[in-house]
Design a protein around this ligand. Sequence first.
Ligand code: NAD
Length: 315
Amino acid sequence: MAPSNDVDGFQQALRRSQHIIVIAGAGLSAASGIPTFRGAGGMWRSLDATNLATPEAFKENPSLVWQFYHHRRVKAFEAQPNPAHLLLARLSIPSFLRKVAPAAKTFNLITQNVDRLSIRAVETIATEQAFQPNLKKIDRIKTNNIIEMHGRLFDVKCTSCDHSYEDLSNPLCPALGAADEQFANYHDAGSKDIDISETELPRCPKCGALARPGVVWFGEKPLMLDEINQLVFKADMCLVIGTSSTVHPAAGYAYRVKRRGGTVAVFNLEPSEGDEKADFVFRGPCEVELPRALGISSDETAEDRQNSGNVEIVQ
Ligand code: NAD
């Protein structure tokens, strides 16, 4: 049967769901100004981004790959969570989740994104709530239900001793900041390559070896696969948001849910791999389609505020 775009049918299926998972990709962050890897946004200095996000590219030219990641870090620093991130963050609040899925026992977000915007959305909501007057109940908003399976742009990992740590400094080292400025001043930027020596690139604070971006590159093993497999096994509802569903293993999760009798709903601007097997496909920007299909807004109404109580972040 062809997938449906019926909002009522989707909302009924959601109301019956007990274990909901979201598989998110770069399209979730597109409205925050972070380019996806497909189409025009996937080019950086006239190079294909997917060819730079590999261990081989880093081995061959760590200077170039670090400059690419410096650029992505700056973009992610500047970005703000969009309505789709905020809506998903609100679904981490049990009282809010119950409005759309009264039978739900679990809600987990598995994201391929490395921009940390899903976590920032939770932090944004917790901060807003903390300033709401007249709230008595304590409700919990969790970040431990967000799995960033491809790591984070802000993590840095040693290539020798594997020491890994979060570093929010910008630029990470003076040479990366200087290269960015120098590049911006070129007239024919596409043909230039700025070479930074390895000694000037980020180094491990523990052993002094060359450090690398703490993200999972194409060809490397994603993080927390056992935990993800357990969630996928249990799920009876899977929302697939803003992913081309071409990068494995994430691309296969929705149809494992489907094979076990669960429901799959795809939210994407364009056709994506496996759409024909989904129960629902909502075509359009997820920051618009997600609130529409769920029948709720990413903002809270006055009534929501009264009912959701004070919010604590539980790690
Ligand atoms: P992708 O680039 O392969 O596909 C993006 C998908 O999002 C496309 O199918 C596109 O049609 C859709 N899309 C674009 N704008 C949308 C919107 N507003 N609403 C709904 N859909 C929209 O991304 P992918 O499937 O996540 O796989 C690429 C890999 O690149 C992943 O491993 C990911 O880690 C990485 N990546 C991450 C980021 C990020 O952290 N924001 C950005 C680029 C790439």
